[in-house]
Design a protein around this ligand. Structure first.
Ligand code: PCD
Length: 789
């Protein structure tokens, strides 16, 4: 659905066509690998083993190959005297933080660790030369799962006893014990959430250029947060002065969390450019991106719910082992701890919750935020547990949910795990979803079909998401090493055209459209007059970037705050020129009018020209018309919703057919309903992927056996159903626009909805739980062990 090009429609709340699409669709858009076409190429040698001591690295043969410019090892990097230490961005009590170097020198800890870099005239020569680098290893045993790795020898890092990086607890354990002792029932589930390989269309890449004359280093890279990359490369790895370092994220082909982090490879590329004083670039192959880039999830969990006969939930207890991989990336500690544990209350009033998370190093690629990050894992536990408990109590799963929902008049609602939900109308969204699927009728059909030996399953999942981490002060108290704010600049040109700069960085979400909508709406100008700039540290003063569904609530908040400041300054100039008191000047649809004298008016574009002429503006006012805001929200925003999946399972083959998929989402006010719907569609696809198809598999030696798209099962379009989407609108009371984030919501809702549906279908076989992915084999085996179909 798109709207007419009528200017009045092109504002907040309408489905404006995405501005980014013409250049993407016609192949004009430029990605990182399109930059520096004449650059030399970097290829990086990865460890052959998941765990080994490096005895020696001989690069002499590789260096002699025709077309090879240089070969570097970890020793060269270390000897260059740079800080060489990738940090994590969230400290937890007792956290062990081993040094994470750009290239391994003494030991490799997973099969993606970098050992050497070849720079050559072209990509093929660079890759061929990798075979000439001779590394001798002393192999060590590898541990790949978070439970097996506890206490495994030899440890991944000497510093981390038993391979434990942190042991985190949240909630009142005594209150939980008491509630469990007093409750009528206790339901338990043990579950695994396998590793996911985030698969943006574009694998990671970097291109770097160094000017020795000025000491300017420019890095183009696939980044969700160029300013954070610049800051970390400057302070933690390369040591290049921040004001002489420019990081640019050109068009980025998807991120899904993977492109948040500072990995070795981009910094190695920049280091080579500087060392050789030559333009260089690196483009990961798909498999290389799979073995080095962050993975998602990786939890092994036990969860219990204490419930009374009438369905009142009294308490919840969760203990989980979270695999961290071999190195800590920036949100690796926050994702499985705070983001996970604080969301366990989902949409419910659960008086006591206790959660323990053991974060474990393994000989695998690092694990960090993947769409839904922490919240997806937490909600999955709660929503599975509610289904298990409902079945145990003989209650309909929607009834157990309904009994415990937080009611609309209880907001702001403080959960027992420390979040204060801003607003919600949970029952309304849930009822809407149940009405669309015709829930009661479906239950009747299910019963009738079972008589015929057909197995329909209905899965319901509610969710809340904490979107847009904030405020900075509270996050800092909990250990964050980064702020929760965002920068928005609104700058008029004298002619009345506007540039909006925001510290967020698009990877496909459509910010150039939605941020322009926000500014155009606030300023009352046609959207065509607004240009949006993102993803460039030279053009945007600072920024925290795009992740955690923050760009609309936090970036949008910064842009609207600046637009409002600009309007206030413009109002004073207009009042001055119209010879009126500023309080008597109204602003509507881009016009300043003197109250009660409508003929005395001035358009905002004319005011802009006057502001830059500076001839006739109030005394003591500076010329110019622009504003910069660092918007630091007072809280997260809390989008929510209900997803329902209807499946039919064929027990003899384990086939799952998703017959219907209904999603009712509430992200507060919607800037662009078409974009919101697109976000929901993409999110559902990824949620279904996790439920039915995706799992990264390491073998016992620590090789990623699903290291290519041939082996890793992503859902295809033909695997996915038609989506039936609807929304409710419960504005966030603290956001200037009433907006909540939406980018991750559907991934969070979809996974438990689909798993609940399949398990529901298999109820006649006595199946209470199945671990993802629910492949044909998993389902068939469960049915067989129950005595067959
Ligand atoms: N919106 C609107 N309204 C509302 C909200 C929102 O309109 N209310 C829209 C906006 O503006 C944008 C979108 O929508 O455009 C989104 O938003 P948000 O929610 O704010 O978010 P952001 O920040 O922007 O983004 C982020 C996200 C995430 S987080 C993820 S994963 C994913 C999602 O996003 N990724 C991606 N989505 C997407 N899409 C695409 N296309 N691509 C990509 O990559 Mo993480 O943390 O990183 O794990």
């Amino acid at each position: 659905m798109t709207t007419s090009p009528d200017a009045a429609d092109q504002v907040f709340g309408s489905s404006v066509e995405r501005r980014e699409d013409p250049s993407l669709l016609t192949g004009k858009a430029e990605f990182t690998d399109d930059k520096l076409p004449d650059a030399a190429h970097v290829a990086i040698l990865r460890s052959q083993f998941a765990h080994a001591r490096i005895e020696s690295v001989d690069t002499s043969t590789a260096a002699e190959r025709d077309g090879v410019i240089a070969v570097f090892t970890g020793e060269d990097i270390e000897a260059s005297g740079i800080p060489n230490s990738i940090p994590t961005a969230w400290m937890l009590p007792g956290l062990v933080t081993p040094q994470y170097r750009l290239m391994a020198t003494d030991k490799v800890r997973h099969s993606g660790d970098a050992i050497a870099a070849v720079v050559a005239e072209d990509r093929y020569v660079a890759h061929d030369a990798l075979d000439d680098v001779d590394v001798s290893y002393e192999r060590l045993d590898a541990a790949t799962t978070p439970t097996e790795a506890v206490g495994a020898e030899p440890p991944v890092h000497e510093e981390a006893e038993d391979n434990v990086a942190f042991d985190f607890e949240l909630g009142d354990a005594d209150a939980v014990d008491e509630a469990f002792a007093a409750a009528d029932h206790v339901s338990t589930v043990e579950l695994e959430q396998p590793r996911i390989l985030p698969t943006p269309v574009e694998p990671r890449a970097a291109a770097a250029s160094y000017d020795p004359g000025t000491d300017e280093l420019t890095v183009w890279m696939t980044s969700q947060n160029p300013h954070l990359h610049r800051m970390l490369m400057s302070t933690a790895t390369l040591g290049h002065p921040e004001h002489k370092l420019t990081v640019i994220a050109p068009e980025v082909g998807g991120g899904f969390g993977k492109k948040i982090y500072h990995y070795p490879d981009e910094a190695i590329t920049a280091w080579c450019a500087k060392r050789l004083e030559r333009d260089v670039k690196w483009q990961a192959t798909r498999s290389e991106d799979y073995v080095t880039g962050s993975h998602g999830r990786d939890h092994i969990t036990e969860a219990e719910l204490a419930v009374d006969d009438d369905g009142t939930v009294r308490a919840m207890r969760v203990e989980t082992h979270a695999g961290l991989g071999a190195h800590l990336l920036q949100f690796a500690t926050a994702t499985p701890s705070y983001l996970y544990a604080t969301i366990l209350s989902s949409e419910y009033d659960i008086p006591a919750i206790h959660c323990r998370v053991v974060g474990v190093f393994t000989n695998t690629a690092p694990v960090d935020a993947y769409r839904g990050a922490g919240r997806a894992e937490g909600i999955y536990v709660t929503e599975r547990l509610f289904d298990v408990a409902a079945r145990g109590l003989g209650l309909d799963p929607t009834e157990l949910r309904r009994t415990n929902l937080v009611a609309p008049d209880e907001f702001p609602f403080e959960t027992s795990v420390g979040l204060v939900y801003d607003s919600g109308e949970y029952e309304r969204a849930m009822d809407r979803a149940l009405e669309i699927v015709d829930y009661d009728d479906l239950r009747e059909r299910q019963a009738a079909l079972r008589e015929e030996g057909r197995y329909l399953g209905i899965g319901v999942a509610n969710f809340v998401e904490s979107a847009g981490l904030s405020p900075s002060k509270a996050a800092g108290e909990l250990g964050a090493q980064a702020g929760g704010w965002e920068v928005g600049v609104v700058r008029f040109h004298p002619s009345g055209k506007i540039v909006v700069a925001c510290g967020t960085a698009d990877q496909g979400q459509g910010h150039r459209t939605t941020l322009a909508q926000i500014a155009a709406d606030e300023l009352g100008v046609p959207i065509a007059d607004v240009e949006v700039v993102e993803g460039n540290t030279d053009e945007v003063p600072q920024g925290m970037g795009t992740y955690g569904s923050r760009s609309a609530p936090v970036g949008g908040g910064a842009v609207s705050t600046s637009a409002r400041k600009v309007v206030e300054k413009a109002r004073k100039i207009a009042a001055h020129q119209l010879e009126a008191d500023a309080d008597d000047v109204e602003f509507e649809d881009g016009e300043f009018r003197v109250k009660g004298a409508a003929q005395r008016s001035m358009g905002i574009a004319d005011v802009a020209m006057q502001a830059y002429l500076g001839h006739d503006i109030p005394d003591e006012m500076e010329p110019g018309l622009e504003a910069t805001s660092y918007y630091d929200p007072e809280n997260f925003t809390f989008p929510f919703g209900t997803h329902v999946a209807v499946v039919e399972v064929e027990p003899t083959t384990g086939d799952v057919e998703i017959q219907r998929y209904v999603a009712v989402d509430d992200c507060g006010e919607q800037i662009n309903p078409m974009i919101v719907e697109g976000q929901i569609h993409g999110g559902i696809a990824q949620g279904i992927g996790a439920a039915l198809f995706e799992a990264a598999q390491y073998d016992g030696s620590g090789n990623l056996v699903t290291g290519s798209m041939n082996d890793y099962a992503l859902p295809r379009a033909s695997d996915l159903p038609e989506y039936e989407t609807d929304s409710t609108v419960t504005p966030s009371p603290h956001n200037p626009l009433g907006v909540k984030g939406v980018g991750e919501s559907a991934t969070i809702g979809a996974t438990p909805a689909v798993v609940n549906a399949v398990v529901d279908a298999l109820e006649p076989f006595g199946v209470d739980h199945l671990d993802m992915p629910l492949t044909n084999e998993t389902i068939w085996a469960a049915v067989e062990s129950a005595g067959g179909s």
